[in-house]
Write a protein that binds this ligand. Sequence first.
Ligand SMILES: [Zn+2]
Length: 695
Amino acid sequence: MQSLRIASVLLFCTGFAIAQSNYIPSAVVSSSDHQANAAPVAPKALHSFDLSALDRTVDPCTDFYQFACGNWRKANPIPGDQTRWGRFNELMERNRYLLYEDLQKASTAPKTDLQRQYGNFYAACMDTDTINRLGDKPVQPVLERINGLSDKKQLGALLAHLQAEDGVGGFLRFGIEQDEKDSSKQIASTSQGGLTLPDRDYYIENDPRMEKIRAQYHDYVVQIFKMIGDSEEKANAEAKSVIDIETALAKGSMPRVEMRDPENVYHIMKVTELDTLSPDFDWQGYIGGLRSRPFDTLNVATPEYFKVMNQTISSSNLDSIKSYLRFHAVNGVATWLSSDFADAHFNFFEKTLQGQAEQTARWKRCTSLTDNAMGEAVGQDWVKENFPPSAKDSMEKLVAALKTALGQDIQALPWMGEDTKKQAEAKLDAFRQKIGYPENWRDYSKLEVKRDDLVGNLRRSDAFDWDWEMNHLGKPVDEKEWGMTPPTVNAYYDSNMNDINFPAGILQPPFFDNTKDAAVNFGAIGVVIGHEMTHGFDDQGSKFDAQGNLKDWWTPNDKKEFEARTDCEVKEYGNFEPVPGQKLNGKLTLGENTADNGGIHIAYQALMNTLAAEHENPEDKIDGFTSPQRFFIAFAQVWCENTTDQAARVRAKVDPHSPGRFRTNGVVQNFDEFGKAFGCHKGQPMMPDNACRVW
Ligand SMILES: [Zn+2]
């Protein structure tokens, strides 16, 4: 439910699920308006390399993104139920629709026990009559448990119960992760948590925009308390308590950029040392309630935070703490309670914060929720229908071509010495890959699903996931486990596993298209593969060795050279401005930008190797474009998108990925082969004199 592991993903999709809070999945929201009840419509077929997307009035050497995507962006305004709309969103919607068809069938005429189980999960989510009739009843037992807190000394045990059995977060996070310095071990880990807004900055920054958001957040918290029956006066006092506690926790939280350095969040301690950090918190009661096997040591990711948490708890009165927990309990499931709660949640989190105009249709929300809760159940049928074995074979070949190219790239690096190169090659040799879906599916047979109890299903599913995660403690690492469900449009690199992972969901157009030429596939999915591989060597990944251990394998001089080059990217991207007055954070986005830049180099090299092996001339044209030109256009067109201003601002704060425009232009302007392919001159915007190059 709340894995603490570092994994680098291709896309950051779900609102702010990685906010520093215990956030119940809520890419999706509930409502009763017309959009919410809209009937499902089959999405159109998608293609890689779309000539109609090009804006040929723009010079590719001036603004390549606009050249490659201009007409697509004009023809594809943001639908009312989205905050960002790109070509990968088209694919996400398509995958979701195909999954919906499976769920619809399973909920009416299941053929297996597994189908009956996930069909019931989906049906319970779609049963708005029951949901609206129940109002806030489904959350009442949890609120009563919180109300029963009569002494702060019981807080540890209560928090453990809320997290392990009720799916309610607060104050801190806990999970099982690989030991960063001995990746063969799975250990307990605890970290800061307990916020609701997307980032600590939202509580702290003194600019008018943030102040306005805080005022709107305050109104939302008041509204939630009134909806569970509290008077206006009481609700106002409770909202103040919630925001006071969250603000104190935010001030004590490590900033997002500092969290990116794995050394900053690695502190192995004895369990007894926790009492020194937070003497007023009953750690024994907390740990005793986690339903895990006993442990003596753990990773305390953010020790300073736990001192602040202690102060916050000891200086808050019991009622304030209860208000804070009651709000978290309701807010966490508001989306899935009756429509008044769901609408309130939507209005603040999606509409106000991110500029989403309309509620997302319920069938879409329930499809995503079911995928989220039982992804390796619903995925089993989905991949049979939507992931042909030939796609896996083609991917294996592409990955092999990219590995060869990365090996050549490392060999040819002018700034790296031989000793470090040997280590880098050893790391590359040790890369493993997973493609499509798990070899062994998770067993859901012990998860109880009821057809008329959505919130109960969510609670049981959270507890089921919690126990599953706790069960990893002290066990050997299972290299076959996945961190994403099969229909997901995304990919990831895991630094402790040293593996790259591509769910079936992304292995379709516009990323991957068996009917298209090599240039198109290397430009799209090839760059994605290169991106994930380069994560093994970005500012985070480069700190882990071939075995996935946090261990320095660089000579001091090569490290200096590396950092000089990554600093160049920090400055380059830090000057990009997605919305007026809001620049990107070059340090927050460094890992992803490095992966994008390295990825395109090695994908391009792999394409050249492939064309040479097949005796094809790169200058031969298809549709009027040479192979290099098609490669770059296919690359750029993965990132065609429109985003609301509000969502762009949230993303600039929390998303380690740059927006599509800069993922495209930021990369091609660093790569001479692009300028050559389009006949650009040095000094033009897409071929500047001060290009950055790491990998
Ligand atoms: Zn990435």
